[in-house]
Ligand binder design. Structure first.
Ligand code: EPS
Length: 388
């Protein structure tokens, strides 16, 4: 399975082509739209989300509700393009209008300056438009297709926010995975403890008034992944490495960790490893899951626990200092309409990029042209694990 995304934030539309999904997977516009809708929610977003109501169009690869095994084309219209049709016109425009929404004061922390230096732009909007997190809408759409495939194999992916703008959410030890999933989904902060809702929302409101932004930590959990996805035999086949790359490719993500992650630096080996047990019905299991479901770059059959840290959004209404690229004079950075925080939305993106990596890995390991063959190969492999 492979894919590409294309499209600028305020351009006419976003597009993706996915190749390698087997035939016979049930897939509808509604399957994708429900994920897109989740990404648009969340407390702290800016006005853009009031303009967009993302609705996918599938223009190839699906017939009568089932995939054909041929490339799947997805398109998403940017409604906001109606307000940007001249600024983002594909055709030549009047020289006098080229300054419309021109960006010459790069925002620290964004791709603006380096992108401009690298591609030789006098208008940094040329960088901003593609580096914008708008692109993640399409990665969620692709992930929704991947999730459909994973669902057929009884693998589920969900997330919750564990640190919101510096506030750590105490997680009750008694919460089941199902409760984590449903509680986070009910919360517009993606948190599992309602006691924190008011405090965090007040915090977001205060930060917004100050013209500043917030980041945090998101934990994504995968249930149902069998042992042995990925491989230790070559560096680039390690699945935790592939997931780390995908998570770090999400706009504003600065770190990723598995299980106890960075905490392991403060612990001894006996406090970190997961003891092995065996039972006839289930085969091998672990007493604990401190390593987050990975050993030797392979899944070990435990739930996958993946944490990602998102920096605060770099577009600030109270801007930091920068340098104007026309004059080289110090200036306040450009102020673009933006969000105070997009942490809950980023959680949906994180779920979906991880789902995409897992689906890709499964299709590599159990290469199948149709879903019946895939399910059979997958089941046979799982049976082999239980009887090992
Ligand atoms: C973004 C800036 C804002 C966000 C945008 C990401 O867009 P605008 O400049 O149009 O207000 O709303 O996110 C989305 C459009 C989206 O769909 O998530 C940025 O600079 O990254």
């Amino acid at each position: 399975m492979r894919y590409f995304t294309a499209g600028e934030s305020h351009g006419p539309r976003l597009t993706a082509i996915i190749e390698g999904i087997p035939s016979g997977l049930s897939l509808s516009v509604a399957d994708i739209n429900k994920e897109l809708k989740r990404r648009q929610k969340g407390y702290g977003r800016g006005a853009r989300m009031l303009i967009e109501s993302d609705q996918i169009e599938i223009t190839s690869g699906v017939r009568h509700g089932l995939t054909l095994g041929s490339p799947i084309t997805l398109t998403l219209t940017n409604k906001d393009f109606d307000h940007w049709s001249e600024v983002m016109a594909i055709h030549e425009i009047d020289e006098r209008k080229k300054h419309l929404r021109q960006l010459t004061k790069p925002r620290p922390g964004h791709a603006d300056l380096v992108g401009g230096m690298k591609y030789g732009f006098s208008d940094l909007r040329n960088t901003l438009e593609r580096s914008s997190a708008r692109e993640t809408a399409m990665r969620v759409a692709i992930g929704a297709v991947a999730k459909r495939l994973l669902e057929e194999l009884s693998i589920t992916v969900f997330h919750h926010v564990t640190v919101f703008g510096g506030i750590t959410i105490d997680l009750s030890d008694d919460l089941t995975y199902q409760e984590i999933k449903t509680q986070a989904r009910q919360s517009d902060l993606s948190i599992t403890n309602p006691d924190y809702e008011t405090t965090i929302k007040d915090h977001i409101d205060k930060i917004k008034k100050k013209g500043d932004t917030l980041g945090g930590v998101i934990e994504t959990i995968v249930l149902g992944a069998p042992a042995g996805l990925g491989s230790y035999v070559q560096w680039d086949r390690k699945l935790d490495g592939k997931i780390a790359q995908a998570v770090l490719s999400i706009n504003a993500f600065k770190g990723v960790a598995f299980g106890l992650g960075f905490e392991t630096a403060h612990l001894t080996g006996s406090q970190v490893m997961d003891e092995i047990i065996w039972e006839k019905e289930t085969g091998y299991r672990r007493k604990t899951n401190r390593l987050g479901g990975f050993e030797g770059g392979m899944t070990n059959g435990q739930p996958l626990i993946i944490k990602g840290v998102m920096k605060p959004i770099p577009t600030l209404y109270k801007p930091l200092m920068t340098v104007d690229i026309d004059t080289h004079e110090p200036y306040k950075a450009s102020v673009e309409r933006s969000d105070t925080t997009a942490l809950p939305a980023a959680g949906v993106v994180m779920e979906n990029v991880i789902a995409t990596v897992l689906a890709t890995e499964i299709l590599e390991q159990f290469s199948s042209d149709n879903m019946t063959a895939l399910k059979k190969a997958f089941k046979c492999y799982q049976d082999g694990l239980t009887s090992f």
